[in-house]
Design a protein around this ligand. Structure first.
Ligand SMILES: [Zn+2]
Length: 144
């Protein structure tokens, strides 16, 4: 009983800590729902696919566009099959948000900028991506 309560309190803390970026993700998710996309919940992650956010992902400046992006406890994907393909990768990003909370995006972009400045790949050399690619069984080239 006690451990169940503290487990819930811990989950609530993780959701709250990552909430600033989850809210940004949820706004894009709602935009997706309003433009023909769908949504589902997997564990404590809200997953969205399709609609205008899918179109934006396709325009992202990674070769061929991004398959999916994680914003806090929200994952946006170009399609429902891509959600399944990228879930193990994006789950690591969710864990990174749970660790760093509001500081995840500044840390991620800071690394990317530094890597770009020293001539390395801002995406594939990013330690956050290296960790995520290290655990996902399929190395799809355009996950984010
Ligand atoms: Zn990634």
């Amino acid at each position: 009983m006690h451990s169940r309560i503290s487990q819930r309190a811990w989950t609530l803390w993780l959701l709250t800590w990552a909430a600033p970026w989850s809210l940004v993700g949820a706004m894009f998710g709602l935009l997706g729902l309003a433009t023909g996309g769908g949504a589902q919940r997997t564990g404590r992650v809200l997953e969205f696919w399709g609609g205008v956010p899918a179109w934006i992902l396709g325009k992202m400046p990674i070769a061929g566009g991004a398959s999916a992006i994680t914003l806090g406890h929200v994952v946006l994907a170009r399609s429902r099959p891509l959600l399944d393909q990228t879930r193990s990768h994006e789950a690591i990003h969710v864990a990174q948000y749970e660790l760093l909370g509001p500081f995840f995006i500044p840390a991620y972009l800071g690394y990317s900028l530094w890597l770009w400045c020293v001539g390395l790949d801002p995406y594939f050399d990013n330690p956050f991506e290296k960790e995520a690619y290290g655990v996902s069984e399929t190395r799809a080239p355009h996950q984010h």
